[in-house]
Design a protein around this ligand. Structure first.
Ligand SMILES: Nc1ncnc2c1ncn2[C@@H]1O[C@H](COP(=O)(O)OS(=O)(=O)O)[C@@H](OP(=O)(O)O)[C@H]1O
Length: 365
């Protein structure tokens, strides 16, 4: 009996010591956590949806060949949650190997883009951005932010937050091809920074229109035929310039709008055709324009016969080469040649004006 009393007293004392110790350790853990947070090391902890979106975009930035952009983002509304959902589904559905660097990037700071690919839709903007992203001094948002056309009211800080972090000497970039045709975009970009470098990938407006139509057709199979949409009056052959597939290709008109705010020296016009036939040559010009060392060269590309386009050679440690996804390089429907000829006639004067304005002959006629 006396022995068991003694044992109970011992156990009670032992328990007291134990609880004191656990309070002590909890305090240590709490203080350590507070110390780390105050020093800004809590970045990798779970955050609100809005911040996760930024993280996801950083992750997208490090993955090649996302088909996010135009198509998916065309469908999303302004809610950050839907943006996260769409981009997450991009990551999961992508046919691109996911073994690329996908570590969290907590180094550097988020800056406004110093260079933007502002157009044109279906010009080859995705290929250009993905080719640029192999450059170690380029960091870009994977998806299209659509800030200067759709989400301007969210404010510049919202926009900056979408950007990946960059270190000294690295360039922040994004691409949203609809900026080129957005009336308010030049003034808005100018307000952000008058020094922004502007890249426009242009492609023969006739093929561009067909490519644009092909994309819409892939989503709405009951769409009227190209020739039904392209003419305002089929008998007279009057072209319907209110159809966006036609309007986007009047490059001279859109450029005029931009030249009200930016001098020509701020622009680089990339040939969408040469981006396919000579990607390394075109990338050389782009890197020079951005003041970058020519790191992306012909040794990075090979021509994929099945795809019919240049793709990036597989990086070390990866099993697959990297081509753009299925939504790039779709076969175009057959359009009657007289329709295409009529459209070519329509574009000719605008093309000539564009060559004159840019001092470059793109050879579309
Ligand atoms: N390397 C490579 N791989 C695949 N596709 C390439 C490449 N280079 C240029 N292109 C051309 O890019 C066209 C799509 O242009 P965009 O990326 O600007 O389209 S989008 O506006 O973002 O939807 C796409 O148009 P379509 O052929 O009509 O699909 C391609 O012709």
């Amino acid at each position: 009996m006396g022995c068991s009393k003694w044992r109970a007293a011992f156990n009670f004392g032992h328990l007291k010591v134990q609880s004191k110790l656990s309070v002590f350790f909890t305090m240590i853990v709490l203080f350590t956590y507070l110390f780390y947070c105050l020093n800004g090391y809590c970045d990798s902890l779970p955050r609100p949806v809005y911040d996760q979106q930024t993280n996801l975009q950083n992750k997208l930035t490090l993955n090649y060949g996302q088909e996010a952009s135009q198509e998916q983002l065309g469908a999303y509304n302004a809610s950050p949650a839907s943006l996260v959902r769409d981009q997450l589904s991009d990551l999961l559905n992508s046919d691109v190997p996911s073994n690329n660097i996908s570590v969290a990037n907590n180094f550097g700071s988020k800056k406004f883009p110093q260079a933007i690919i502002i157009g044109v839709k279906k010009g080859g903007t995705r290929a250009l951005l993905e080719f640029l992203r192999i450059h170690p001094d380029v960091r870009a948002v994977g998806a299209e932010p659509h800030f200067f056309d759709r989400f301007y009211d969210k404010g510049l800080e919202w926009y900056r937050n979408l950007m990946p972090r960059t270190l000294e000497g690295q360039i922040t970039m994004e691409k949203t091809p609809s900026y080129f045709i957005t009336k308010e975009a030049p003034r808005r970009v100018f307000t952000m920074s008058r020094h922004t470098k502007l890249i426009v990938v242009v492609r023969d407006p006739v093929t561009r229109a067909v490519s644009d139509y092909t994309q819409t057709l892939s989503k709405s199979p009951t769409l009227p035929s190209f020739q039904n949409l392209v003419f305002r009056n089929a008998t007279t052959g009057l072209i319907d310039t209110s159809w966006s597939a036609v309007r986007i290709g009047i490059y001279a008109k859109h450029l005029e709008n931009w030249l009200r705010f930016f001098p020509l020296s701020r622009f680089l016009f990339v040939s969408g055709e040469r981006l396919v036939t000579d990607p390394a040559g075109e990338m050389g010009r782009v890197q020079d324009f951005l003041g970058l060392k020519r790191v992306v060269t012909d040794k990075h590309f090979y021509f994929n016969q099945t795809k019919g386009f240049p793709c990036l050679k597989k990086p070390e440690g990866s099993s697959r080469p990297r081509c753009l996804g299925k939504s790039k390089g779709r076969p175009h429907p057959q359009i009657p040649s007289e329709v295409l000829l009529r459209l070519r006639d329509f574009y000719r004067p605008f093309n000539l004006k564009f060559y004159q304005m840019t001092g470059q002959n793109f050879g579309w006629d």
